[in-house]
Design a protein. Structure first.
Length: 335
C-alpha cells in the first residue's frame, strides 16, 4: 500500500504530520509512505530507527499557505508539497494522497491533473456526519460550489457505492438536501437534480430532506452542492463545540459531587463524534485515493487518515464506482 503524505500541509506542520506518519507505519506493516515537502525539515523529525525500507522523502521547495488562493497557488507554486503529491499519483508511484493543507488547493490539484474516474465529471468531497442512527455521508462539502445537476446525480451515485462497500450497507439510501420535502421545492439546480436522482437511483432515493434531518439519520447519503455542504459541515462543528462548552459550564460545573464522572461521560460522547476518528474525508471521483484532512489535524488525525486511505485503496472502492457508473443511466453533458 503506497501513499503520499503532504508533510507541509496544515496549521501545525510538519511536526505532528510526520509524527502521525510514523505512528501509521508502525501500525500497518504493509504501508509504504512518501513524505513530500522540505526534506531537511522532515528529516530532522524522522528517528534513526524508522523503517527506511517503507519510508522515503521527496523534496519540494514550496508550500501552499492555508489562506492562499487555491488556483493561483497551484499555478504559481508548481514545486509545492501539494503538487508533489499529485505528481506522484499521476506517475503511479503511489496509490493515494493525503493532506491537511489548503483544501481548495488539493481539489485544484486534482482538477488540474484531470485524473478523474471514467464517466465522472467532477469530484466531490465526502464528509462523515454523526446522526441518531450512526454515520451518514455528505457529498459535496467544498470541492464544487457551482455544480450542474449531473454533478449532484453523480455525487449520489458515488456516495451510494461508497456507503455500500465501505460501511457494508447493502441497501443505502440517498437524500437531496433542499428547503422542503416536496418534489417541486428548491431552485432550478435541486429540481433538476431531483429528477435525475429519482430516475437513476430508483428505490435508493428517498427524495428531498431538510436541514433539520441531517443529524436524524433519515438517509445514508446526503447530496448537496459544495457551498451549502461546507456551511453545514462548519456549522455542525461549531454547534457541537458550543454545546459541549455550555454543558461543561452550565451542567457539569454546578454539580456538587459528580463532576469527574460527568466529565468522563462527556469526553466519551465527544470522542464518538470527533473528526480525528477518520482523520479526513475522501475526494470521490479521482483515479486513486485522496483523503483531505482538517487543517488543525495532529498526530492522531493524520495516523487515522493514512489508515483510512489504505483501507480505501484495499477496498477497491474506485473500481466499484467505475463498474456501477457504467451500468447506470448517464445524464447529458449540459445537465
Amino acid at each position: 500500500m503506497r501513499l503520499a503524505l503532504d508533510a507541509m500541509g496544515g496549521d501545525h506542520a510538519p511536526q505532528p504530520i510526520v509524527a502521525g506518519a510514523l505512528e501509521a507505519l508502525h501500525a500497518n506493516p504493509n504501508l509504504h509512505l512518501t513524505l513530500v515537502g522540505d526534506s531537511e525539515a522532515i528529516g530532522e523529525l524522522v528517528p534513526s530507527d524508522a523503517p527506511a525500507e517503507r519510508l522515503r522523502i521527496v523534496h519540494t521547495t514550496q508550500v501552499v499557505g492555508m489562506a492562499e488562493s487555491p488556483v493561483d497557488a497551484i499555478r504559481g507554486k508548481p514545486d509545492s508539497s501539494i503538487s508533489g503529491c499529485w505528481k506522484l499519483l499521476a506517475d503511479k508511484e503511489v496509490d493515494g494522497v493525503v493532506s491537511a493543507g489548503n483544501t481548495g488547493a488539493m481539489v485544484a490539484g486534482g482538477l488540474r491533473s484531470r485524473r478523474f474516474l471514467p464517466n465522472v465529471r467532477r469530484p466531490g468531497i465526502c464528509a462523515f456526519m454523526p446522526t441518531a442512527k450512526g454515520l451518514s455521508l455528505v457529498v459535496d462539502v467544498g470541492a464544487n460550489v457551482a455544480p450542474k445537476p449531473s454533478h449532484l446525480y453523480q455525487y449520489g451515485v458515488m456516495g451510494l457505492i461508497f456507503a455500500r462497500h465501505f460501511f457494508n450497507k447493502p441497501n443505502p439510501t440517498v437524500g437531496l438536501l433542499n428547503i422542503g420535502e416536496e418534489a417541486g421545492k428548491g431552485n432550478e439546480l435541486t429540481q433538476r437534480a431531483y429528477v435525475l436522482l429519482k430516475n437513476g437511483l430508483k428505490d435508493h432515493f428517498v427524495g428531498n430532506i431538510e436541514g433539520r434531518d441531517v443529524h436524524q439519520g433519515v438517509c445514508d447519503v446526503i447530496v448537496t452542492d459544495g457551498f451549502v455542504g461546507n456551511v453545514i459541515l462548519k456549522l455542525s462543528e461549531g454547534v457541537l463545540d458550543f454545546l459541549m462548552h455550555s454543558i461543561v459550564k452550565q451542567v457539569i460545573g454546578p454539580l456538587p459531587n459528580d463532576q469527574e464522572f460527568a466529565m468522563k461521560a462527556l469526553k466519551k460522547l465527544i470522542a464518538e463524534y470527533d473528526y480525528t476518528s477518520f482523520g479526513g474525508g475522501p475526494l470521490l471521483g479521482v483515479d486513486g485515493a485522496c483523503v483531505i484532512c482538517h487543517g488543525s489535524s495532529k498526530e492522531v488525525a493524520i495516523r487515522n487518515a493514512l489508515a483510512f486511505g489504505a483501507k480505501f485503496v484495499e477496498s477497491k472502492i474506485n473500481e466499484k464506482i467505475v463498474q456501477e457508473l457504467e451500468q447506470l443511466p448517464q445524464p447529458k453533458d449540459d445537465e
